[in-house]
Write a new protein. Structure first.
Length: 398
């Protein structure tokens, strides 16, 4: 059957990583794929993860299937983390959470659930957004539209235009919102802006779908869930797709969750019943190891404290690299004000580098950047920052 079928185009980000792996230049730098790197250029296994895995190795008695929704202790830990241990949503049992294979799997389960009952809804994503949002919701059968978000002139949020677009979205449609550390821009809403958006969602009747992949990479674990709490206070239906890939470093364990928040416990039970049918016909039940690791850490005080310390170290390193990049570009005499990079949050930034500059960096210096100029700050280290800044200066002068 494949003789007449054309090959699919490579993924724009993962394809770039393959090209990076095949590059023989010893000075190559990958600023493309969204994976945390330490200052040695490695993606570390956190100490708290190693400790949890050791405990599991010693105590685990079975490799039997998990329930369709996953381990209940995992779901409870996820809800406490993304909503807050004192959240009224948690105490009222008006949320349903299932363990999904990563944040991507969580988004797809949520998309399939919505399409089951509201196939005519349109999905609204920010302009720009994570490229795979389009693929996930498109594959689930939805038409996709965009609302304004990033202002290319001032390198910040165009909130007035964003809010104006959100006011026009009809009831029943779904709005995908980056809860913190917006991918790809690194530009987030302020607390006051989130309050306005949450109130607007209740007034207009569209459904928020929060992509919460980077909790703890913005200002902190508690601070980063501010948006989630505002929608909870509004008492409306909404979705949260969360992930432990970044903040626990559990990339290859595919550990995430989809949480459906409803106005009542009775509605949450209905939502859970249908979440299970979606999961059953997709992957049947989730992989256990990553969820057990995360649950062990979140439910063990000493490991929880260790995790918060390690997460803070990752967050602070990225902040340091933002400052170093801005200072390094200035030292190299690169024209323009790049201070906006220091104001952004999370791993990503729209650098403002043109596709021509991005191409020169890859072809001449083996520095890999996603088209459009999005960079992963965690790919910078104290040993390569000078090389990168000098290469950017050269590429922008060519």
């Amino acid at each position: 059957m494949w003789k007449t079928i054309q090959p699919a185009p490579p993924d724009s980000i993962l394809g770039l990583t393959e090209e990076f792996k095949n590059d023989q230049n010893p000075e190559k730098v990958n600023l493309g794929v969204g994976v945390y790197k330490d200052d040695a250029g490695s993606t570390p296994i956190l100490r708290c993860v190693k400790a949890a895995e050791k405990e599991l190795l010693e105590t685990e008695k079975s490799k039997s299937y998990l329930p369709i929704s996953g381990d209940p202790a995992y779901a409870a830990a996820v809800q406490r983390l993304i909503l807050g241990a004192e959240s009224e949503v948690v105490s009222s049992a008006r949320a349903a959470t299932v363990h999904a294979p990563g944040g991507t799997g969580a988004l797809r389960v949520g998309a399939d659930l919505i399409h089951k009952f509201n196939p005519q809804a349109r999905i609204w994503v920010s302009s720009p957004t994570w490229a795979n949002h389009n693929g996930i919701f498109g594959a689930a059968g939805f038409e996709i539209d965009r609302y304004a978000y990033y202002n290319t002139e001032n390198k910040g949020l165009d909130f007035d235009k964003m809010f104006s677009d959100l006011e026009k979205i009809p009831a029943g449609d779904v709005v995908v919102l980056h809860t913190c550390c917006h991918n790809p821009s690194g530009v987030d809403l302020s607390a006051d802006q989130w309050k306005l958006v949450a109130v607007l969602a209740g007034q207009k009747g569209w459904i928020p779908f929060l992509d919460f992949a980077y909790q703890g990479f913005g200002d902190g674990v508690n601070e980063d869930r501010f948006a989630v709490e505002q929608f909870a206070a509004a008492g409306i239906d909404y979705y949260v797709a969360s992930s432990f890939s970044k903040n626990f470093g559990l990339y290859n364990e595919r550990t995430g969750a989809i949480t459906v928040v409803t106005p009542s416990a009775a509605e949450a039970m209905v939502a859970m019943s249908h979440l299970k049918t979606v999961v059953r016909t997709n992957y049947s039940n989730p992989p256990a190891h990553g969820g057990l690791v995360a649950s062990t850490i979140l439910n063990t005080p000493e490991l929880h404290t260790m995790w918060l310390e390690e997460l803070a170290a990752m967050r602070n390193r990225i902040v340091d690299m933002r400052k170093a990049l801005v200072a390094g570009l200035a030292q190299q005499g690169v024209e323009g004000d790049f201070s906006f990079i220091e104001k952004q949050r999370g791993m990503f930034s729209f650098s403002g580098w043109s596709d021509e500059v991005v191409s020169r960096l890859r072809m001449n210096k083996s520095i890999y950047v996603v088209g459009g100029g999005r960079i992963n700050l965690a790919g910078l280290t104290t040993s390569n920052i000078e090389y990168v800044c000098a290469a950017v200066a050269e590429a922008m002068k060519s």
